[in-house]
Design a protein. Structure first.
Length: 189
């Protein structure tokens, strides 16, 4: 189990993560939509995740969403690296009614994000521009290269939830154990 804390003037976050868990999520970020997405992430990645965040949501949700992403990314990096005996690459397409979102990722220790979710506005009170901010914080903290691409869709909730679930499933697949050693011709990641 990995435990992380982050305390700033904007947020106070505690997180615990078990990489090969049962998909249990106990999430309380103060941002309801993010809680829902992180519960889906835990369930479909099979990562046990507990997150508590007290943030300055009286201003907006930006700091809480981004900082939770930072802490989650740091915890994933600590749990995954140094990498060996896993598949390394993972991909997934998740369908949610009319929406389909793909995620292809590499546990490369070279962070990069391609996020093509052409949506605007809000889902309830949640500003959808924060989705890319969240994923950027996670992948840069974790050392993951990820491409999250909307294949089709109209409903913003379905598209975003598809993105979180596709990322979760791709990560779970990348973390499948493989006894072939370090999955790199360089010998190190």
């Amino acid at each position: 189990m990995i435990q992380k804390n982050r305390q700033t003037k904007e947020t106070d976050i505690t997180l615990s993560l078990t990489l090969y868990g049962e998909g249990k999520g106990t999430i309380a970020t103060g941002v309801g939509f993010l809680d829902h997405m992180l519960e889906s992430f835990a369930k479909h990645s099979w990562i046990d995740l507990e997150i508590s965040c007290i943030g300055d949501t009286h201003i907006d949700d930006h700091h809480s969403v981004e900082d939770v992403g930072i802490v989650l990314g740091q915890a994933l990096r600590e749990a995954i690296f140094p990498i060996q005996a896993v598949e390394r690459f993972g991909n997934s397409i998740v369908v949610m009614d009319e929406a389909a979102v793909s995620c292809d990722l590499d546990l490369s220790n070279r962070p990069f994000l391609v996020c093509e979710l052409p949506i605007e506005g809000k889902v309830g009170q949640f500003d959808v521009e924060l989705v890319e901010e969240f994923f950027r914080a996670v992948v840069f903290g974790a050392g993951i290269s990820a491409h999250i691409i909307m294949q089709r869709g109209r409903n913003k909730h379905h598209i975003i939830e598809g993105a979180f679930k596709a990322f979760a499933v791709a990560l779970r697949r990348a973390l499948v154990r493989n006894d072939q050693g370090i999955p790199s011709t360089k010998g190190v990641l």
